[in-house]
Design a binder for this molecule. Structure first.
Ligand SMILES: [Zn+2]
Length: 90
């Protein structure tokens, strides 16, 4: 799938990227979120926690037998932010 000109936004209820079809937030979406929040990592974490909550609800409603494990969703939505913060602090 081409990502030319498409914003890297989630397509619900599957939570894949509209531009490239990867699990959202894809690397480009993560970079855009970091730019948009401009150092407000607490604000970004709150936003992502809200997205995580919505994704869990959507994915388990869609197919509870095929939904990602909660730990995998945590890593996908929030753990990357902590890794980014630690990289930025070096
Ligand atoms: Zn994307």
């Amino acid at each position: 799938m081409s990502d030319a000109g498409q914003p890297h936004h989630p397509v619900r209820p599957r939570w894949v990227c509209r531009a490239d079809g990867q699990p959202w937030p894809c690397p480009q979406a993560r970079a855009a979120l970091l730019r948009d929040y401009d150092g407000d990592l607490v604000g970004l974490a709150v936003h992502l926690a809200t997205m995580l909550h919505d994704a869990v609800r959507d994915l388990y409603a869609l197919d509870p037998d095929d939904a990602p494990e909660p730990a995998a969703l945590w890593d996908r939505f929030l753990a990357w932010l902590d890794r980014s913060r630690r990289r930025a602090a070096r």
